[in-house]
Structure formats: structure tokens, C-alpha cells
Ligand binder design. Structure first.
Ligand code: MG
Length: 227
């Protein structure tokens, strides 16, 4: 689908760590995934990826659920590499990216599309029962955090749905390896097929179950042939 004019121009000014080509790929994947069901992202920060996913959901009349506890990652805390004083709540002295996220969603006209959950991933997943067409994992980047997000959400992913990881660095000199380690473990499970990557976006598609036609099997078939 032609995306020119569909994604708002202000997206380039939204704080975040998502490249434009990655955002456009998220849009494209969500657009297809909405044929199956709603979409969900883990790790929204200021809403950059949310806009790409959300615009696709809006066009297709589907919901985008987002999860972020909006207190920033370890690297975003005061004194750390990615600290941003704009996101510091002066009353509490804590990082709070939710006002920024909310402003982005409002500016993009997505308030009737996006359902934000200000929560940790495992809390949101505890009683979850909605089948999903796409899950985008971009929350905590430690091996444990990425694996926990995967385990929380993949059971809800519909056959044919997309599981997308951000920050997959094939070259260790380019970035942390934890998301890539999880990606490889997930692929080795045999539950997914790998689709082409876009920059650091690792895209997997959940296999559809094999349809076995029992009537096609002969009743007295040789032992070594199975249906
Ligand atoms: Mg990321």
C-alpha cells in the first residue's frame, strides 16, 4: 500500500529509536495482520512505533493495544546514557514518558484506536484472552525481559500472525545481542517461519496448523507410511 501522506509528517520529530524504514515495515505488517485480529506492542515509549502500527489499525478498523509502564529503561534514568530531562517528572523525580506518548497519540488522531496499558508486560498478560494478529516486542532489552515478553504473548498470537522483534543486531559490534538470542531460540522452536528482516526488525510468522485429511489414509497402509 502507498504510505505517502498516510503517516503524519511529525513522526520524524517524535522521540524514539525506530528508523523510518522499520516504521513503514511495521505499518505494512499491521495492515496485513488486521485481517486476522487486533495488534499489540510491548514498549511504546513516546509512541513512534505506535503511530505506524496504529495508523494501519485505524484504516482497517482494528484496535492496537500498547503496553509500557512509562518509567523508562535502565539507560534512560538520570545520569545514564539515554537520559532525557524532558521526560523527568519534577514532582516525583521519576521518568514518565506517558504524557509524551499521550500527546503523540492525540496528535496522530489515534485516540479511538489505541488502548494504552500503563503496566508491566507480565501483569497485562496475566488474564489476557484476546487472540492477536501481530505482537511487536520492544520492551526491556535484557535476555530475561525479551524472553519473558515472548512467553507472555506468543500463546495469544493467531496462526499466520506476525511476531516482530526490534533491535536484532546480527553484528555484535552494532548493538546488544539479547533480542537476537531470543529471536534465534524462538525460530528454533519450529513454531514460526522467518521472514526478511528490515534493518533491525526481525519478523516471524506463526505457522498455520497442518491440515491432515484422515480419509486420505488407507486403513491398511504399510507401517512406514504415515499421514
Ligand atoms: Mg527498540
Amino acid at each position: 500500500m502507498e504510505t505517502k501522506g498516510v503517516i503524519p509528517e511529525f513522526i520524524s520529530e517524535v522521540k524514539g529509536f525506530l528508523a523510518e524504514e522499520e516504521g513503514l515495515k511495521l505499518f505494512e505488517l499491521a495492515f496485513e495482520a488486521c485481517l486476522l485480529g487486533p495488534c499489540l506492542e510491548v514498549g511504546s515509549f513516546c509512541g513512534k512505533s505506535t503511530v505506524y502500527l496504529g495508523i494501519a489499525c485505524k484504516i482497517k478498523g482494528k484496535t492496537l493495544f500498547t503496553i509500557d509502564y512509562h518509567r523508562g529503561s535502565e539507560e534512560q534514568q538520570p545520569g545514564q546514557t539515554y537520559f532525557d530531562s524532558d521526560l523527568l517528572d519534577s514532582k516525583t523525580g521519576l521518568i514518565d514518558s506517558f504524557p509524551c506518548f499521550r500527546a503523540t497519540i492525540q496528535k496522530a488522531g489515534l485516540e479511538e484506536v489505541v488502548v494504552p496499558m500503563i503496566s508491566k508486560s507480565h501483569v497485562a498478560a496475566r488474564d489476557w484472552a484476546i487472540p492477536l494478529g501481530l505482537v511487536f516486542i520492544d520492551g526491556g532489552h535484557s535476555y530475561e525481559a525479551v524472553m519473558a515478553d515472548y512467553k507472555c504473548w506468543y500463546p495469544h498470537l493467531l496462526p499466520g500472525g506476525f511476531l516482530v522483534f526490534h533491535d536484532i543486531f546480527l553484528d555484535p559490534s552494532k548493538g546488544g545481542q539479547a533480542p537476537y538470542e531470543v529471536y534465534k531460540r524462538v525460530l528454533a522452536s519450529g513454531l514460526f517461519e522467518a521472514l526478511p528482516m528490515t534493518n533491525t526488525l526481525g519478523v516471524l510468522r506463526r505457522h498455520r496448523p497442518m491440515v491432515v485429511k484422515k480419509q486420505a489414509c488407507r486403513r491398511h497402509r504399510p507401517e512406514h507410511i504415515s499421514c
